[in-house]
Write a protein that binds this ligand. Structure first.
Ligand SMILES: CC(C)(COP(=O)(O)OP(=O)(O)OC[C@H]1O[C@@H](n2cnc3c(N)ncnc32)[C@H](O)[C@@H]1OP(=O)(O)O)[C@@H](O)C(=O)NCCC(=O)NCCS
Length: 165
């Protein structure tokens, strides 16, 4: 039984950080270097980074659990305009391919609609073919191509995708 619940405690956020590190090192090794994965986990997905996002930058996280076991997470941020940013959508490997991402995305759309947003947008690495296909299947389309300097000598080579609510 899958549940998707907003995270309210730092203890839960810490569990997400542990899962994030595991997932990132498993799924991005074909796309970016280990050095870049380490850098990005430290700067965007470590407990310290996520705590800062939640406390100072308007983000919040949702935990995806299979029965009671944490198996994925979602990170989002309502923008000041009419957009809703889907920052993170991650599932552990053995839970993929079961349609859970569809449920997760439906929840994201619900969160955005509830506060009157008009669209959901995200960035995805251009070589992350599977995620791009899932997003397209769900109704997202590519609106931009961006190369972002993230410091440390690294860049993110992404598509921006948008879903109109
Ligand atoms: C991205 C991710 C969350 C998607 O989850 P998933 O379990 O693989 O996707 P699902 O099986 O739930 O598929 C979602 C939908 O896309 C469809 N789909 C999946 N692969 C597809 C393909 N190649 N072409 C077309 N549609 C496809 C599925 O049929 C499903 O639709 P349905 O529910 O109507 O049947 C998961 O693969 C993941 O965590 N990957 C690693 C991390 C990552 O890359 N995250 C995204 C970073 S931007």
């Amino acid at each position: 039984m899958i549940s998707i619940k907003k995270i309210n405690t730092l203890i839960e956020l810490h569990k997400i950080a542990v899962l994030a590190e595991e997932i990132w090192h498993e799924c991005f090794t074909d796309i970016i270097s280990e050095e870049q994965i380490d850098y990005m986990v430290e700067n965007f997905q470590s407990f310290k980074a996520m705590k800062n996002q939640v406390i100072n930058q308007g983000y919040y996280y949702l935990a995806v659990r299979n029965d009671d076991e944490l198996c994925g997470y979602i990170g989002v941020k309502p923008e000041n305009d009419d957009r809703f940013f889907l920052s993170k959508l991650y599932l552990c490997k053995d839970m993929r391919g079961k349609g859970i991402a569809t449920e997760m995305l439906r929840r994201v759309f619900g969160e955005a609609r509830n506060i009157g947003k008009k669209s959901v947008y995200l960035t995805v690495n251009k070589h992350n073919t599977h995620a791009i296909e899932v997003y397209k299947k769900t109704g997202f389309s590519v609106i931009e191509s961006v190369i972002t300097d993230i410091g440390g000598g690294f860049v993110m080579d992404d598509y921006v995708m948008e879903y109109k609510l």
